[in-house]
Design a protein around this ligand. Structure first.
Ligand code: ATP
Ligand code: MG
Length: 265
């Protein structure tokens, strides 16, 4: 079973950007095979990865549900669904991308969701690293299909209102205890050095239940790519945001020193 990294946080703080930078760091360090999961129903991970938009798992579930017992080729429903989900994987040289689509269709079909859960864990077991970019908020995480998260990264920008949602997110995480092995805080879009943050922001940060493990700088290179609509994975390796994310992965033991220095080209 591979290592699962999940990125979560309030809306618009920079989750998808952090996910893309993590994915780039893993690719640059020769970590593979890699699976990226877009768990935001408003999918856009494919754009920052420069990958075609995959057909979503949610669509498959709906299609299979509508088919009732009319499964082609004498396949069982589970087998057919597994086959269909495998076909949803957008495969590229560096990574595969799976898009979850909507967390639930109209009405909750728990049976289908259990089958789905099993299929997804079977699919993810083929990869050494899985990176999940989550939808804003935390409520849906408890319904997430993946069983275990090795590293959960909670992302916030330095705005006090965003920082205060971290505590609420951590409270919601209580019910997932045991399934999440390590939790890390990332403050992103930081202008200047963390010491130069306004006093009130520093106070909010000091009040957090645990200290941020990374400050990701506000990065003009990233903004430029975004404005041009170019994939963030093409960011220059000397980008400050990329460097900070790579260093974090090294600090938490996901990347090692050697793999990192070798990836400098
Ligand atoms: N380090 C950074 N420096 C500058 N701008 C950034 C940085 N990280 C993210 N941004 C900008 O912030 C905006 C939101 O980023 P992103 O889409 O990654 O957030 P998100 O949390 O995934 O949003 P959503 O909740 O809508 O999914 C984007 O315009 C992005 O370019
Ligand atoms: Mg996003």
């Amino acid at each position: 079973m591979g290592l699962t990294l999940a990125v979560a946080g309030k809306g618009g703080v920079g989750k998808t950007s952090v996910s893309a930078l993590m994915i780039k760091a893993l690719i640059d360090s020769g970590r593979g095979p890699l699976l990226a999961i877009d768990a935001d129903s408003n999918s856009n991970l494919h754009e920052v990865l420069g990958v075609r938009e995959p057909r979503s798992v949610g669509c498959v579930r709906e299609d299979v549900r509508k088919m009732g017992d009319d499964i082609p080729g004498g396949m069982t429903k589970d087998r057919f669904m597994e086959y269909q989900i495998q076909a949803c994987l957008e495969e590229t040289k560096d990574l595969d991308l799976l898009s979850m689509g909507r967390p639930e269709g109209p009405g909750c079909y728990c049976m289908a969701n259990n089958i789905l859960r099993e299929i997804i864990s079977k699919v993810t077991s083929n990869y050494s690293h899985v990176v999940v970019d989550n939808e804003a908020g935390m409520e849906h995480l408890s319904r997430r299909t993946e069983e275990e998260v090795d590293h959960l990264f909670i992302v916030s920008d330095p705005a006090p209102r965003s920082l205060r949602t971290i505590a609420r997110i951590l409270e919601l995480l209580e019910e997932l205890k045991g399934r999440i092995h390590h939790t890390h805080l990332i403050i992103t879009r930081v202008e200047g050095s963390p010491e130069d943050l306004p006093e009130n922001v520093k106070k909010e940060i000091a009040r957090l239940p645990f200290s941020p493990e990374a400050y990701v700088p506000y990065d003009e290179k990233l903004v430029e790519l975004d404005l041009r609509g170019d994939p963030l994975v093409r960011i220059s390796p000397d980008s400050s945001a990329y460097q900070a994310v790579k260093e974090l992965l090294r600090n938490v033991g996901i990347l090692n020193e050697t793999a990192n220095t070798q990836s400098a080209h």
